[in-house]
Design a protein around this ligand. Structure first.
Ligand code: P5A
Length: 435
């Protein structure tokens, strides 16, 4: 840590209105560079990458294939679908040196449709599901709450192509289940709720909502969904996923745009929940909205022309960093779930100028690293109180506290950030315990 770029703040930044934004600034995860645009500092970037990794692993597991499309797109591409004029002031429109109209992509339905159209000609090549993890720009009217509603933000977006509606619904269900798994792995309870389709289009859509008082969305659901275990078991993606989707959609859950007051009021009052939440993911089935005007057509078994059925699926990767903090923090700071934590273990060196203590810390550091455990060593020359406060603020799941008395007795103290539980352990046991 004496060498790490970790500019923590003692004061609460006045511009931050919600706890995750305050903690992200205080813990040195991000810095704002323009309204709604952020630089990721080393600690924050590690969390962002961990979230990305989980998203990627679950996409790959579902059978989706990763591509990488550019951030800059041509206006003509969007004229093909008719969305160039429809999108409005949220789109950042730019001109290149030849006066050609370009834009910073707010989403990629058009671009992927062209890639598909040029690459797939026969029904035999279907289904296809392509994803990428790429920066988007939306010139939001009110960028706020840090990375929660940014103007530039990282999204995982994927796009499914099927021969018919039944196939497209299967792809939709697959992503529905993939999202349940993805968010569960991040320690989040994200509830699928019927949602409005807005500028993306279509008539079937779910938002994945993490309940939080500071959330921007107003939502209504059956309490049974909150208590329900988000599934984390292995899923056979080839199998019929309808029963799992059914399990989640048979109880009432909707965002305010789709809210059906009469249906909600029919639920016994003690089982109704109206709350606020954070939209961490959003999935859409929109059929031929893009494939028809853009002529994404394949040849069917008899040579007939088939316009492909599509869906698109988004996860707010950068928003999730804030969302996870909203769901997991206490008065002292962030409490990272292990799966996304920037480091799993932090060694708190209470006396860096004491050779025996620093020697013990160095040995522990090397041993943990050799076992593949991500570890941070607080070797800074400052008083213990400040170190403990910083460590709780940045939220590393396990703290190993090493001081002169313990070292003399061959012992260290291990503290769990989440529970606060402390345990004295022989130094040589720490590695096997934490690895
Ligand atoms: C689905 C993927 C789409 O754009 N097209 C491709 C579809 N959906 S969406 O709902 O508009 O966005 C997907 C997710 O991106 C996150 N998100 C944001 N995160 C931070 N700042 C923003 N301004 C922002 N806008 C959207 C959300 O998590 C959303 O669910």
């Amino acid at each position: 840590m004496s060498q790490y770029f970790l500019p923590t703040l003692k004061e609460t930044p006045s511009e931050a209105q919600i706890v995750s934004h305050r903690l992200m600034l205080r813990a040195g995860l991000i810095r704002q560079t323009s309204a709604g645009i952020y630089a990721w500092l080393p600690l924050g970037l590690r969390v962002l990458r961990n979230i990305e990794r989980i998203v990627r692993e679950e996409q790959d597991r579902s059978g989706a294939q990763e591509v990488l499309m550019p951030t800059i797109q041509s206006a003509d591409l969007w004229r093909e679908s008719g969305r160039y004029d429809a999108y409005g002031p949220e789109m950042l429109r730019i001109k290149d040196r030849h006066d050609r109209e370009m834009l910073f992509g707010p989403t990629n339905e058009e671009m992927i449709t062209v890639l598909f159209r040029d690459g797939v000609k026969s029904y035999r090549d279907l289904p296809k599901n392509l994803y990428h993890i790429q920066w988007k720009f939306r010139d939001e009217v009110r960028p706020r709450f840090g990375v929660m509603r940014g103007r530039e933000f990282l999204m995982k977006d994927n796009y499914s192509f099927d021969i018919d509606k039944a196939g497209a619904i299967h792809s939709y269900n697959k992503m529905f289940v993939t999202y349940l798994r993805t968010f569960a792995r991040m320690g989040l309870k994200a509830i699928p709720m019927r949602a409005d389709t807005g500028p993306i289009g279509g008539d079937l859509s779910h938002e994945f909502i993490v309940l939080a008082e500071t959330g921007e969305s107003e939502v209504f659901c059956h309490k049974g969904l909150v208590d329900k275990d988000i599934l984390s078991r292995t899923i056979d993606y080839g199998a019929d996923l309808q029963p799992i989707v059914q399990e989640w959609t048979s109880l009432y859950a909707a965002t305010d745009e789709m809210h059906d007051k009469a249906a909600f009021d029919a639920i016994p009052e003690s089982e109704r929940l109206s709350a606020r939440g954070i939209e961490v993911g959003h999935i859409f089935y929109f059929g031929t909205k893009y494939s028809k005007p853009m002529k994404a057509i394949v040849a069917g078994p008899g040579g007939e022309e088939i316009t492909v059925e599509m869906g698109s699926y988004g996860i707010g990767v950068s928003r999730l960093v804030g969302g996870i903090i909203e769901a997991s923090h206490d008065a002292a700071g962030i409490v990272w779930p292990e799966s996304v934590a920037p480091f799993k273990v932090a060694i708190v060196n209470l006396k860096p100028d004491d050779g025996a203590v620093s020697g013990a810390c160095g040995k522990l550091y090397d041993a943990l690293q050799a076992k593949g455990v991500e570890v941070l060593h607080d070797d800074r020359d400052m008083r213990a109180g400040g170190k403990f406060a910083d460590m709780d603020l940045i939220g590393i799941p396990w703290q190993v506290i090493v001081g002169p008395k313990g070292v003399a007795a061959g012992k260290v103290e291990v503290k769990n950030r989440k529970t606060g539980a402390r345990e004295e352990l022989p130094a040589e046991e720490v590695v096997s315990r934490l690895a």
